[in-house]
Design a protein around this ligand. Structure first.
Ligand SMILES: CC(C)(COP(=O)(O)OP(=O)(O)OC[C@H]1O[C@@H](n2cnc3c(N)ncnc32)[C@H](O)[C@@H]1OP(=O)(O)O)[C@@H](O)C(=O)NCCC(=O)NCCS
Length: 177
């Protein structure tokens, strides 16, 4: 058989909206992602306090039709979405502004364009919904990724985790045209 025909992609990447039943899959992706990729960016003692809280899938996001999973073959490799709600303040909306939520890519699948694929899905939906500005409350690890997508740094700030723990983050935003 000849070898000059089109080659299959290195990874068969597929994206679909998450459903409420995807909670375990999403939690597994976030746990693998944040647990490995945040090391070196935060003190280990901070990670111990924060990781159990931030890696749990959020039912409200899963049910929103605005949260996505990417599969590499049959393996869940990334997740992420957006909301009009301000993170941590369900029902609190700033008109025209959307928020990037719970992006995570499994460390085994980094730099294959999965994060970008998730962002495109979010951005396209947000534009359709009349959103003109997206904010990302980025982890310290993810800042270069959001900058590459066109986000600018607004300010460093600390996300209140609700149990007295604060997570150092970067508030970033981009205008949608
Ligand atoms: C940030 C994250 C989602 C990126 O996922 P990814 O699938 O590897 O990203 P992509 O492959 O789509 O990267 C797109 C571009 O962003 C930039 N980029 C991504 N990760 C980067 C990094 N660690 N350092 C520098 N640039 C980076 C690159 O320019 C990249 O393009 P290239 O690979 O052609 O150079 C992933 O590193 C992650 O899951 N981080 C931990 C979770 C996290 O902190 N999420 C944010 C919470 S708000």
């Amino acid at each position: 058989m000849g070898t000059n025909g089109p080659q299959p992609p290195a990874d068969d990447l597929r994206i679909r909206p998450a459903i409420p039943e995807d909670g375990d899959l999403v939690t597994a992706v976030l746990t693998a992602s944040y647990g490995a990729l945040w090391r070196g960016h935060y003190a280990n003692s901070d990670l111990e306090a924060v990781l159990p809280l931030v890696t749990i899938a959020q039912p409200r996001l899963l049910a929103s039709h605005r949260f996505f999973l990417v599969f590499a073959g049959d393996q869940a490799a990334g997740c992420g979405g957006w909301s009009e709600d301000v993170p941590g303040k369900p029902g609190h909306v700033v008109e025209g502004t959307g928020h990037i939520r719970h992006f995570g890519v499994d460390p085994a699948h980094l730099r294959k364009g999965i994060g970008h694929m998730l962002y495109r899905a979010c951005r396209d939906q947000a534009v359709q919904a009349g959103i003109v500005r997206l904010e990302a409350w980025s982890s310290l690890q993810a800042v270069p990724f959001y900058q590459r997508l066109g986000f600018r740094i607004i300010e460093p700030f600390a996300i209140e985790m609700g149990n007295g723990v604060r997570l150092a983050s970067m508030r970033m935003s981009t205008d949608l045209h």
